[in-house]
Design a protein around this ligand. Sequence first.
Ligand code: NAD
Length: 517
Amino acid sequence: MTLQLTTPYSIRIGIVGAGTMGSGIALVALLADMQVTLYDVSPQVLDRAREYIATHLTRKNKQSNSANLLLTNRLEDFSGSGIVIEAIPENLELKQGLFRQLDTICPPPAILATNTSTLSVTAIAAATEHPQRVAGMHFFNPAPVMPLIEVVHGAQTAPETTRTLLTLTEKLNKTPVTVGDTPGFIVNRVARPFYGEALRILGEGVASHEQIDLLVRKGAGFRMGPFQLMDLIGIDVNLSATQSMYEQTFGEPRYRPHPIQTRMVQQNALGRKTRRGFYRYDIEPDVEPKPPQPRKSNGTVLLGHGSWSPGLEEIVRSAGYSVQSATSTSISTPAIGIALSGIKDGMMNQLIELDRIIPEDAPLLCQCADVTLSEAATWIERPERLVGFDGLFFKGGQAVSLIANPSPNPNILSVVEEFMIGLGRIPLWIEDSPGLILPRIICMLSNEAAFAVQEGVAEGEQIDLAMRLGANYPHGPLAWAKELGYAHVVAVLDHLRNEFGEDRYRSAYLLRRWARL
Ligand code: NAD
């Protein structure tokens, strides 16, 4: 069954569907000097695809390769293709009907691949007489730009089929990851919390969608915030991917769709394509706040102990402060105290100690990843000077979320805001809530990745690679968990589960095991 891919011209690739993905995949294959047959039911779509492909081949100085392209509306033209990739709409019956036809038109050893994002490859293959030569080949949008392809083996896919598609992926100058046939494969599955938690945070009134996006980009280094990305993907497309995951897993609470998305679909606010989604695209966009220039200050900052204190100490010192540890024997009058422990008991001890040492009018900052500010406020004598912050801000971030006590001292709030601006951070005031924004989203991404490893979907390294290349994440979610500390990630998840009382926040057993190790 193995197809020989020894020379660039040795096989003709067939592509069914010349829409967004099909035309992009055809371009990728032509750029790799392959021969391509591209089919669609719509003559207008074929015309658009021809124009798109010609423009991009010319831009890459490969215009002569357009001779390798055959555009057709006859499925029979696939009879000479060694590999056919399907990219028609995401509908199981439609895809099964097509595969049934292809099964006869392209007899083995030809390979049939589907670009489905969320459907079962096994179910699509079941429509054919030869399911062993059917697999998934999941490209990312835009196909010519995104370097990743998920090669999905269905329950009956033969190893040679997977091997041939891995070879083809390399010939297309893409990076493959192999993945089992589970809902959402790697990228669409592991990315679910990016949208799902952002929607929950918005729905709970913790922060606005603009604040969440800003924090996710400037605080954690993502290229786009979850609401910007949902607007780009299409809110209807994003909702149906979530619904499909939820249904295929018989109601896994981590994938439960959010009513905000349903309401937006009902009013046709689908994102960029309807000029209105979470953002408006028919008016000038708001000017994005720039991170302030760090400025030199003076004064003493009293820092509690935590694994992140060296990183924070460096930032605080470079802004001109002198830094003292809460355990120093002779403490000068501090302008501000910061409690940083990654463990709740440690945090309580630090807050009690700092509350005792620092002057009454000095702010006390508390890292609120696995404790809410309202709970921390019950531990100390002067809660009106307590301000919560999001603990990831010193990992190269440029934005920080801040939480005020319900009856704050206004002077304290302005001192804290000035302090953050002095450190070169954009301060964003949000409501008190479990896990705030970044700890909640990032720990849930890591948890989802750990569940995927635990369930044998793919190896951890492959998952991290897929999330960086397929979704442009700044770090792989498992590498991130390791850097943050598995115990810390589990603590944030346990905190979310306790506060919300929902199974959605249960941690993967594997994370707990890594935390113990
Ligand atoms: P699209 O709507 O842009 O294109 C689908 C094309 O299929 C249309 O041109 C349509 O005319 C054609 N078509 C419809 N029925 C057909 C049939 N029976 N035979 C042949 N052609 C037919 O859709 P798309 O965004 O390119 O998505 C295609 C597939 O790729 C879907 O399974 C989708 O889930 C998957 N996918 C999409 C993206 C994305 O971001 N758009 C990313 C990865 C995977």
